[in-house]
Design a protein around this ligand. Structure first.
Ligand SMILES: [Fe+2]
Length: 449
């Protein structure tokens, strides 16, 4: 029996989204996909009214407009305009599309809004979203997964329903979309965006890039998603509740042909971001630092991927670049990263607190209470055409629990000391097959000792 959500049952009803009437107007323009991404401005600080970006795609050039209003109030009494950027796919057909982005500002935290998007030439269906609670005492609930494709997206139906039931505040998609967005002259990307609209039009859909986005230098990914910062969604950070969340590209370690400098740039940015997040005044209000990146530092799959080797690039860096490229394990350990979310392996694996290939449990009885190293979760089994992976029969001692069922992870950052994680098996009809509480009375580097 799932204990989800773990606290504040009232939040479920607060977050519940009433069905809204469907527009009777014919859809003139080809609105193929709408998703709300993060509050770009203001969410980094408490007390600043939230904002959301609404994004959608059309094949003809039209205005970019969102009409919206508070649920229960007058429909569409507010409107906002944005821009449409031309995206030309690099496939043979050089298909053109316009990616619209409209930022809604001055949203009331926790208020639910009904909206549609488009222009006088045609409107989308109506959707609704709840502006994110901007309090540091907020306990946000996340669905976390990677590796979900256009074909065989086994967990999608469950995620659609649970999102529409109001069970999540944010989705974290940890890389590998569509398989692959560029295929069939990017029509697979269009179709995938249509598929996730039933999730992403209702809650912020936060992403990081994976290897399946690499074709044409990640252009489908960089154009279709709209994450904060100025890196075309490659790396960025943001805050929610008592968490500072960092999204990064592990792919900079593998696609050096797109620029080795990206690797160093990201590393420098990560260092700066972690330094800032660790300033006492910042860590006091956002004690949890959570990272998400596609390829894990550790795993016990049998597919000979990076993490199956002791010297994972992501973990230890590269020696054949000039200068040698640093890995991320030491950096994350040094700055006291609490939880590291990964995907890429089409399995679920929970690790004991680990650093330098060694286990550092809080204690024998309570490994995740005051752990002495970061906690890693690998959750790449949402479902795709490549099916699930197999495990190495002899995992290392840091492997705590593993499953080859299709599924996804739920995470709730409950408060400054408690964080809850559970794994849902789609194969077992939504059964929770694993769960842990990570409890930390102290955060940061000093928490390890
Ligand atoms: Fe991958």
């Amino acid at each position: 029996m799932s204990t989800w959500p773990v606290v504040s049952l009232s939040q479920l009803s607060d977050g519940y989204i009433s069905p809204v009437a469907r527009s009777k107007a014919p859809l003139f323009c080809s609105v193929i996909s709408i998703y709300i991404t993060i509050p770009i401005i203001g969410l980094f600080f408490t007390g600043v009214p939230g904002s959301m970006v609404v994004t959608w795609t059309t094949f003809n050039k039209t205005e970019s407009k969102v009409e919206y209003g508070l649920l229960g109030g007058r429909l569409f009494d507010m409107s906002a305009k944005g821009d449409a950027a031309l995206f030309v796919d690099s496939g043979e057909e050089m298909r053109k599309m316009y990616i619209h982005r409209v930022t809604l500002t001055d949203l009331k935290p926790t208020a639910t809004y009904v909206y549609h998007c488009g222009s006088e030439e045609g409107w989308s269906d109506m959707f609704s979203f709840t502006a994110l609670n901007d309090s540091t005492s907020f306990s946000p609930r996340f669905a976390v997964y990677g590796d979900m494709g256009n074909e065989n997206p086994q967990s999608l139906a469950r995620l659609q329903k649970e999102t529409q039931l109001g069970m999540y505040d944010v989705i974290l998609h940890v890389g590998d979309f569509a398989y692959d967005m560029h295929e069939d002259n990017a029509r697979v990307g269009d179709e995938f965006m249509r598929q996730i609209q039933s999730i992403a039009a209702y809650v912020p859909y936060m992403t990081c890039p994976g290897n399946h986005e690499s074709t044409y230098n990640f252009s489908n990914y960089r154009n279709r998603f709209s994450m904060p910062g100025q890196t075309e969604s490659l790396w960025y950070s943001w805050n929610l509740g008592s968490a500072h969340i960092i999204s990064l590209s592990t792919e900079v370690y593998f696609y050096l042909e797109f620029g080795q400098e990206l690797l160093f740039k990201q590393y420098e940015w990560l260092k700066k971001d972690l330094e800032e997040a660790n300033k006492p005044e910042n860590r006091a209000v956002r004690p949890w630092i959570i990272t998400m990146g596609h390829r894990p530092m550790y795993c016990s799959d049998d597919d000979q991927d990076d993490c199956t080797k002791f010297d994972s690039y992501v973990r230890l860096g590269l020696n054949d670049t000039k200068p040698p490229a640093p890995g991320l394990e030491d950096l994350f350990y040094h700055y006291g990263v609490d939880v590291e979310l990964w995907a890429h392996e089409h399995t679920y694996e929970r690790l004991w607190p680990v650093y330098g290939d060694k286990v550092y449990n809080g204690s024998k009885e309570q490994p995740y209470v005051n752990p002495k190293a970061p906690v890693h979760i690998i959750t790449g089994s949402a479902g795709c055409r490549e099916k699930t992976d197999r495990f190495n029969p002899n995992p290392k001692e840091w492997s705590a629990f593993r499953s080859t069922d299709y599924g996804y992870t739920r995470m709730q950052v409950v408060n400054a000391t408690h964080l809850y994680l559970e794994q849902v098996s789609d194969d077992q009809y939504g059964k929770v097959i694993d769960s842990i509480w990570v409890v930390k009375e102290k955060h940061g580097f000093s928490a390890w000792f």
